[in-house]
Design a protein around this ligand. Structure first.
Ligand code: ZN
Length: 163
């Protein structure tokens, strides 16, 4: 059905390291949320538990991947919809590098404990709900409220880094 594929043989050793970090993070978080029977899904691109409806076109607040239902089995396919010209595999790698850069800038590392991760994400969701309750979001795309909204959203990534 999808004629375009990413050639995963072009991945570098470093790219593969990032993919295995992703897979490890996802396995740990998945194990935890199943054990705790939490109703949350891990993002197919960054592994953080940010989604609530499988394939529900939610945008991950950590990596901005739009969940169209693409996952491991089709990871090398290029769907060219909301996630642009990247396959899921390439998006995972790009997200891995972006998070690594942010950790360097913040002189810290990503939180690894699932309890802490879920706590940070729940706080983020409460903060964003509060923001939307106090600010009318029914405004043009260039309204300053969107800049404030982006800043509020960006706090999540920083909160996922421990110094
Ligand atoms: Zn994500």
């Amino acid at each position: 059905m999808y004629s375009e594929y990413f050639d995963s043989s072009t991945l570098t050793a470093e790219d593969n390291n990032l993919l295995s970090e992703f897979a490890t993070r996802r396995a740990i978080i998945l194990h935890f949320i199943r054990q705790q029977r939490k109703y949350v899904l891990t993002c197919p691109a960054c592994a953080f538990p940010t989604l609530h409806h499988q394939g529900g076109f939610e945008t991950c607040p950590v990596c901005d991947w739009v969940d169209e239902g693409q996952d491991d089995e089709e990871a090398d396919e290029i769907w060219k919809n909301r996630n642009g010209k990247l396959s899921l595999t390439e998006y995972r790698v790009a997200t891995g590098y972006a998070l690594r850069t942010l950790c360097h800038e913040q002189k810290g590392s990503l939180v690894a404990d699932p309890v802490e991760i879920i706590d940070v994400i729940e706080q983020h969701e409460a903060r964003m709900d509060a923001f939307q309750e106090t600010n009318s979001m029914n405004v043009d795309d260039d309204h300053p409220v969107w800049e404030a909204w982006k800043k509020e959203k960006a706090k999540l990534k920083l909160d996922l880094i421990r110094k």
